[in-house]
Design a protein around this ligand. Structure first.
Ligand code: CO
Length: 152
């Protein structure tokens, strides 16, 4: 459990532009078996505009990014079984995989989270879909939700 006093200390040590760490929703990541099978629902029936599709080799995932009114929906199709999303699908089936919050400075936000004692999956920001700088907090640190810090 995080200590409130430690959070206050860390926050006070940050410059104004980084307080609070995040400024709203960037995107929701959803694991799907197939982009081809999912797009008729999300793009055509529900009417979310498809902004772009991209393969992020380093994460073993094909991504379709759709407009969600102020944020994005990322549909994530694994490129293989032995990938993070492939393993997620095998274990839990399709569904919400992560929630991404917008940050001004991913490296600084990640460092502040670690400074507060939060467990993180990434030691340093890395490149995500759309060329964004991203880093994940460990679900154990966030009540079971995989949270991404995302800098556009
Ligand atoms: Co994401």
């Amino acid at each position: 459990m995080m200590e409130f006093r430690r959070i206050q200390e860390v926050l006070e040590s940050l410059p104004d532009g980084l307080r609070p760490l995040t400024s709203g929703l960037d995107h929701i990541g959803m694991a799907v078996e197939s982009l081809t099978d999912s797009l008729p629902l999300y793009r055509d029936l529900l009417g979310l505009e498809l902004l772009y599709e991209e393969t992020v080799e380093s994460d073993g995932v094909r991504v379709a990014v759709l407009e969600l009114g102020g944020g994005h929906l990322e549909l994530l199709e694994p490129t293989g079984l032995d990938t993070p999303v492939g393993r997620f699908l095998a274990k839990r089936g399709p569904g919400i995989h992560h929630i991404a919050l917008r940050v001004n400075d991913c490296a600084a936000a990640l460092a502040a989270a670690r400074d507060c004692g939060l467990q993180t999956l990434d030691q340093a920001p890395r490149r995500g879909a759309g060329g964004k700088q991203i880093a994940f907090l460990h679900p154990k640190a966030t009540g079971g939700v995989l949270l991404e810090l995302c800098q556009s």
